[in-house]
Design a protein around this ligand. Sequence first.
Ligand code: WT7
Length: 655
Amino acid sequence: MSDDSPEVFESVSHENRTFPPDATFAEHARIASMEAYEAEYRRSLADPEAYWAEVAENLKWYRRWDRVLNEEEKPFFKWFEGAQTNLAANCLDRNLENGNRNKAALLWEGEPGDDRVLTYFDLYREVNRCANALRQLGIGKGDRVALYLPMIPELAIATLACARIGAIHTVIFAGFSANSIRDRVLDCEARCVITSDGGWRRGQVLGLKDIVDEALDGVESVSEVVVVQRGRPEPFPCTMREGRDHWYHEIVRSQPIHCEPERLDAEDMLFLLYTSGTTGKPKGIIHTQAGYMVYAYQTTKYIFDLQPEDVYWCTADIGWITGHTYILYGPLLNGATAVMYEGAPNAPDNGRFWDIVQKYGVSIFYTAPTAIRAFMKWGDHWPNGYDLSTLRLLGTVGEPINPEAWMWYHEVIGKSRCPIVDTWWQTETGGVLISPLPGATPTKPGSATRPFFGVDAAILNEEGGEERAGILAIRKPWPGILRGIYGDPQRFKDTYWCKWGGAYYFPGDGARIDEDSYVWILGRVDDVVNVSGHRIGTAELESVFIENTKVAESAVIGVPHEIKGQGLVAFVTLKEGVEATDELNRELREMVASDIGKFALPERILFSSDLPKTRSGKIMRRLLRDIAEGKELGNVTTLADPSIVEELQQKYWAK
Ligand code: WT7
């Protein structure tokens, strides 16, 4: 943590309302009391290897493990060493064998209102056809495949197809720009990109294939591009390049419906998922086969307390980790019926999510605080206009939830009856680490409550001493932990294992712990900002601005935002003689949109003559945040140029 990192420690919430789990819910829950949770939790920490081995027994293995956890090359942990398995076969074949053959696996709804139901057998056939087609293109174990697709069934199918043949998938959220695709494809040297002619977003078609073409210009590693036709009956306009591009429907059509799954080693790579860090370069987070599978399986089963008749809906995009673990892998491993929705929550109107809940009889609903705050703003009449009586459990993820939004979710959506699981985790953790268990844990609005089984969490100061408020740390490795950063083992060690001499995993969040041992996440302690649940590194934006020859320097900070949780504000200084114009403002914004994506656009760009710096030249972001929050600034005389603070304050707060 840098000396000017956000002061999370002072913003302690004073929320003390407590909501015991609903009695009807608890009656049928797997873990139905705090005593049961405590007992199982203690057992899981006393002998984690025995605990996880027992969990793993529920899954399908070609070869059993020789050793549950190998810590010899710490922090390069190995889970279930010696085992062989296949995640896609566990999601599909296993369900064909255990009575779920004709059960709906995916209930898909397109934004324009088209829909499609895939049973486990349907999904099995589709995945196998796609897997066979990929193999025929010469793609196999260890090859990287990038997926840039809208939320259509083929995204789920292609992801599982990669897993089936041992190809490493890297899903790129369809809101990313061509440059972001290029960076990722180059970083992992992808051989194949799977995309679509276009995708629906709020009634508009976004030409994904065109974006991929731009991204791949001059990229040599990609020899195959597979294109799904989302446009029906007429494909959306796009160009196909002879020899490189293939229509998905043409290459899968005549494939056999069976496909021998690749027998993969426990620590073979499963997927890469790029996420932002504190430098300008996103990192390719590595997850591997067995540990990720076991962790996704168990967390989904207990945190959502899935029952056979549930209709489960996670509103995330598969382009983020939430979609990987809790739309695809976790629910399928548990034989669940999952809803998948293509579009925006306000298309065609603000009632769309509730319309979907009513249409499919959703019983478990998992979304993000930013969405909840938007629903609050749109008004209660939207959800109140629909039958939400099938709901029995609610979840939230992605950022701290403010108690007001929690209460609204509880009362207006959950009718004061549904437990809320506030799940804390990260791309790096593979699955949820801290969350209530819905039938057991009394909840407090804004707290993620207690660690999951096998998760040993602590709150520490810089020196490693335990504190009531400080930095969140995780002591023992759990099966879903990241195994590295693609191509950069040093960065992996430096980022997550340097603090506290490697004794703890460092997630980058501040937290406090209350008298009931409940964890309250207080936000990031590094230069990462959480905008609408999307992680953006301030350094990423700064490196975009600096590419503009008119810009001398910039500093980007996160500021509180009513709907998004946090928004970005950029302070930019210009080179001698360059004028700050609206035109330049627009130019810089366009650069952000094209270098990263529209979701990373700052709320404001402020031009100033200088930035507040220490005498040694370090930019004081802390001070910029204080200005943005309208705080008293105290003593600024140690700055190289104290007068700059006043200039910034005036500019920031000028109407
Ligand atoms: C960061 C991880 C994991 C899924 C989505 C985001 C913040 C996540 C919570 C929560 C408070 C949360 C943290 C974390 N975060 N869930 N329930 N309460 N903060 O994944 O992009 O890897 O971001 O999101 O700051 O470090 P991600």
